[in-house]
Design a protein around this ligand. Structure first.
Ligand code: SAH
Length: 345
């Protein structure tokens, strides 16, 4: 049987160096290779032109660059949003979305193929979970989009397909590689990690104090409503989640962002706003209201008018809240929907 090749994009500089030294090569070669991968973002060993043909052939034998190929690109006509459907080397698909803001280009990346969490309004979870992405595959989404679009990417949000805290080790490795000064060198102040509330991982992440912004997908002001739309709430309820958030803020000093997908008839009344304000009263935080994106398989709806009304309720109660700007409305496909449609055809 052919020996499994090592996923080279997932290696830390010191790990790559150890591998290169073990091949009998000089230390500086590891530095050159790391730079080709993470600064120049090449997708093949052949393009590493300052290495000998012999070394490139040896690298090819031992390692693979898990490249992503673009299966489909959707470009918005109204703004510069681009959605990429990527194919992976095992035939799976994931999505990324490149968005343009006044302060730069931000990309939304996937962390798993599918998702186990079962949130009722989310398309990513309907067909279930297939596998975790490696750190290299998460990085690859950024590097490929940057290559394809010719646009410099300066921010990342982990809000694509998958639950980042359910793929914790690879996500932490990805964050460390992304911010590595010898590599892409992105400041983690420009990175948001979103979670549906895997409480023990929030405590672990607090210990690392990486400087990222933590986004909590809250979506409901009490346990009854949250459990109705998010099964994860039955495992760790709102009180446990809020305690973890308090701890995270105390440990890192980073303001937490709460995501609130507004759904007609579920969580959008003044009473809901009051409960939410009470829940967040002692927090330094920000609430991001998102009118729920319609997905074909579910009947949940909302609109921007309702979102602005809810924002008004919260602001009157002293809670800092905004309605998320809609980007790429003409190519709109709720989280995970592009992949789902592609795989069903
Ligand atoms: N699993 C992570 C990150 C991926 S989803 C999490 O739950 O946070 C990114 C965000 O989009 C989450 O806040 C998620 O709840 C939200 N989301 C998913 N489907 C949505 C939909 N149909 N409409 C609005 N927001 C949605």
């Amino acid at each position: 049987m052919e020996q499994q090749k090592t996923d080279i994009l997932s290696l830390y500089p010191e790990e790559l160096e150890a591998e290169i030294l073990a091949m009998g090569e000089k230390k500086f070669r590891a530095k050159q290779i790391f730079e080709w991968l993470h600064v120049k973002n090449v997708d093949s060993f052949d393009k590493m032109t300052n290495l000998s043909a012999q070394l490139r052939a040896r690298l090819e034998e031992k390692f693979c660059i898990k490249s992503l190929f673009v299966c489909k690109t959707l470009e918005s006509c109204t703004d510069n949003t681009v959605k990429y459907l990527y194919g992976l080397d095992d035939g799976n698909h994931i999505e990324s979305v490149l968005m343009e803001y006044s302060y730069g280009n931000t990309i939304c990346v996937s962390t798993q193929v599918g998702c186990k969490m079962g949130c009722r309004f989310c398309a990513s979870t309907i067909a279930g979970y297939k596998r975790d992405l490696t750190a290299g595959e998460i990085l690859g989404q950024i590097y490929t989009a940057q290559r394809e679009s010719g646009r410099k990417i300066s921010g990342v949000v982990l809000m694509g397909i998958g639950e980042p805290m359910d793929n914790y080790d690879n996500v932490v490795r990805f964050l460390k590689l992304l911010s590595c000064p010898q590599g892409f060198g992105m400041s983690l102040r420009h990175v948001s990690v979103s979670t549906c509330g895997i409480v023990p991982r929030i405590y672990e992440l607090a210990e690392l104090n990486l400087g990222i912004t933590l986004s909590i997908s809250l979506h409901a002001p009490d346990n009854a409503e949250r459990s109705a739309i998010m099964p994860v709430n039955d495992r760790w309820d709102i009180n446990e989640l809020m305690a973890a958030c308090r701890h995270y803020f105390a440990k890192t000093g980073r303001r937490i962002s709460f995501e609130y997908a507004l759904i007609d008839g579920h969580n959008d009344t003044r009473e809901d706003a009051k409960k939410l304000a009470a829940l967040l009263s002692d927090f330094v935080c920000h609430v991001n209201i998102i009118p729920v994106n319609k997905i074909k398989e579910r009947s949940f709806t909302s609109d921007r008018k309702a979102a602005h009304r809810f924002q008004q309720y919260l602001n009157e109660l002293g809670i800092n809240a905004t309605v998320r700007r809609t980007l790429g409305a003409d190519i709109e496909a709720a989280c995970g929907q592009l992949r789902r449609e592609y795989e069903m055809n």
